[in-house]
Design a protein around this ligand. Structure first.
Ligand SMILES: *Cc1c(COP(=O)(O)O)cnc(C)c1O
Length: 394
């Protein structure tokens, strides 16, 4: 046992044991404790001087680092197959800090047109004020070569996307980024490290909303970035500047949540497949967006680059917005709420949540229609979920 390297273990073993201190010996706790302290003592001014000179890695202040955060970071790094990880106060803190670690005024980003609403708004509303130009490319990356200029620095993609579960070809994106020496950043929230590991395929950085499947119980807001040691130090510096550090209490819940990530993702995937198949046959449903279905435009790509299809799906009702609203208002087991990846199944209308306030053109590009319902599958019994869908659609 002792000679086995963590890197050789499977993902669920890494989720449980990754980052945890050695637990052998008498009276050792099995669970990582919450170190609540905001500040940490030094034994001498000499030690403090060494810290200031960067010659020791002591904890000084929780925004800079904290032992509970370190465990969460090592666990996520192990799962993503990355040298390191940084945990943050939210997914958006991870995304903004990772992007700003790689960008300065005058630089350009190429991003996929379909993105989580918060990331899209950051690039649409904030980056232009900072002198950062964003160019969008379709999910198939068609015409991407024409978007490159000498100032292009970052390729930012999300796959699968919210809410229509479209995929980017990860191999193609990495090859393009390497050819043009771009920093490649990918939002891996929907897939989770259980279903895909972009770092192993050559990505520079992975970002997560750890609020979702990683924590898994809808009880914290949290984020993470993973990548090599150099990038993680740059992201850590951004967190120190901008203040998006994680609270140790949240880190405790994140560590606890991650331990069951593998079984949750598997169960959510089974529930999603059952629900997708049911919805696909329902006469009131116009279209189901689930990469596990053969009807999905990226089914073949999903089979190639993912180890499962995940617990998220969306569907369009023939009756448009009124039908979608009626369905959401009638659902009982499926709770009407934002967010995803938790143990409770949720439904939501993207036009009233992630895609609020977007123009018709923006919605069209995102593949969202007013009658689109997004579904996050939880861990309930699939028969009960399907009964609820039946009554809500009746
Ligand atoms: C929720 C989400 C985010 C934002 O994360 P927060 O934790 O809410 O800040 C980013 N990307 C994706 C894909 C998300 O689902």
């Amino acid at each position: 046992m002792k000679t086995n390297k963590l890197a050789n273990y499977g993902p669920q073993t890494k989720a449980i044991h990754g980052g945890e201190p050695n637990r052998r010996g008498v009276n050792g706790p099995i669970v990582t404790e919450i170190i609540r302290s905001s500040t940490f003592t030094f034994s001498s001014t000499e030690e403090m001087k060494l810290w200031a000179e960067g010659k020791n890695k002591a904890y000084i202040y929780t925004r800079y680092g904290n032992p509970t955060l370190t465990v969460a970071q090592k666990k996520i790094a192990a799962l993503e197959g990355a040298e390191g990880a940084i945990v943050t106060s939210s997914g958006m803190a991870a995304i903004s800090s990772a992007l700003l670690a790689a960008l300065k005024a005058g630089d350009e980003v190429i991003s996929t047109a379909q993105l989580y609403g918060g990331s899209y708004r950051l690039m649409r509303d904030v980056f232009p004020n900072m002198g950062i130009v964003v160019r969008q490319v379709g999910m198939d990356l068609a015409g991407i070569e024409a978007l490159v200029t000498p100032r292009t620095k970052v390729l930012y993609v999300e796959t699968p996307t919210n809410p229509t579960l479209r995929l980017v070809d990860i191999h193609k994106a990495v090859a393009f980024a390497k050819k043009h020496k771009l920093v490649s950043i990918i939002d891996n929230t929907f897939a989770t490290p259980i279903l895909q590991n972009p770092i192993a395929l050559g990505y520079d950085m992975v970002v997560h909303s750890a609020t979702k499947a990683l924590a898994g119980h809808s009880d914290i807001i949290a984020g993470a970035a993973a990548g090599n040691a150099v990038w993680m130090e740059r992201v850590r510096q951004m967190i120190i500047y901008l203040g998006g550090s994680m609270d140790p209490g949240a880190a405790y819940l994140l560590i606890r949540g991650i331990k069951t990530l593998g079984v949750r993702v598997q169960r959510q995937g089974e529930n999603a497949m059952a629900v997708a198949k049911f919805l696909e046959k329902h006469p009131k449903v116009a279209r189901v967006h689930y990469p596990g279905l053969r009807s999905h435009p990226d089914h073949a790509l999903a089979k190639k680059q993912m180890r499962g299809f995940g617990g998220m799906l969306a569907f369009d009702l023939k009756g448009g917005l009124p039908a979608a609203r009626r369905f959401c208002d009638r659902a009982r087991l499926f709770l009407l709420a934002a967010s995803l990846g938790g143990v409770e199944s949720l439904v939501i209308l993207p036009i009233y949540s992630s895609h609020y306030n977007m123009t018709e053109e923006e919605l069209r590009r995102a593949g969202v229609s007013p009658g689109t319902v997004r579904v996050s599958l939880g861990l309930e019994d699939k028969e009960d979920l399907i009964e609820d869908l039946k009554q809500a659609l009746a």
